[in-house]
Ligand binder design. Structure first.
Ligand code: ADP
Ligand code: MG
Length: 239
């Protein structure tokens, strides 16, 4: 059999199938996610929407290897997460970038040092090259003149851009962002998403983002809406 193309076609970076998830134990055990399936295309910007408590963060953290899969399947970069060892999950997380609503910058570290944290979780590396990479990322997010500022001396939008630089400096395959623009004004929020989208297109990075922000929907390739733990709509965006 000379050719078996099916064996070499790589699947989508995220394939979730039949996800169910419960919180609590005993009497308090409550199902939060019901039969969620979705496949996320490489290089795309997918937005998860829905009311508060609809399960967006739970789905994002299940797909992002930040929460154990209880029932169903998530294949992340070709690896099954259900039943994956902690060591394997740690390895996988090194290929991911995370951005949260609270930017989680270290207040005592400069912008550059915060971005370096995004590389140093990966272990050793040439410090000079790491600094160059951090400075390059800060330039890409428009903060080249703020590299030695502490977070306390940056605006909300600038801090969130440092967090974006930190998430992207290791050139992750997938970026998971949970309401990254919630604390930002309209323009800073749009800029952060535009940046993620552009860098994504340049590098083939896949982005999955939770947002309530209607202003961002125009930039999405795909919009998935959750209600009460279920996908109620899955449509193409204008991005
Ligand atoms: P969203 O991000 O859309 O606001 P979440 O995924 O955080 O929603 O929550 C979905 C549901 O799961 C909600 O009913 C929430 O109360 C519940 N939930 C989330 N995290 C926990 C937890 N750690 N313990 C118990 N219930 C939780
Ligand atoms: Mg949430």
């Amino acid at each position: 059999m000379p050719w078996d193309n099916t064996a070499t076609v790589s699947e989508a970076p995220i394939v979730a199938e039949g996800l169910n998830h419960w919180f609590g134990t005993g009497e308090a055990r409550k199902q939060a996610i019901f039969d969620v399936s979705m496949e996320v295309a490489k290089g795309s910007l997918t937005i998860l929407m829905g009311p508060s408590g609809s399960g967006k963060t739970t789905v994002l953290t299940l797909m992002g290897c930040l929460r154990n899969v209880q029932h169903g399947s998530v294949r992340l970069l070709g690896s099954e997460l259900n039943g994956a060892s902690e060591a394997h999950q740690v390895q996988l997380r090194q290929r991911l970038g995370f951005i949260f609503q609270a930017h989680n910058l270290h207040e005592s570290l400069t912008a550059e040092q915060n971005v370096l944290m995004g590389l140093q979780v990966h272990g050793r590396g040439d410090p000079t090259r790491q600094r160059m990479a951090a400075q390059h990322m800060l330039r890409l997010v428009g903060l080249e003149d703020r590299v030695s500022y502490l977070p306390g001396n940056l605006s909300g939008g600038q801090k969130q851009r440092v967090a974006v630089a930190r998430a992207l400096v290791s050139n992750p395959a997938i970026v998971f962002a949970d309401e990254p623009t919630a604390a930002l004004d309209k323009e800073s929020g749009a800029n952060v998403v535009r940046m993620l989208k552009e860098l994504g297109h340049q590098r083939g990075t896949t982005t999955v983002m939770v947002t309530h922000d209607n202003r961002i929907l125009d930039m999405a390739d795909r919009i998935v809406t959750l209600e009460e733990g279920r996908i109620v709509s899955d449509r193409k965006g204008n991005g």
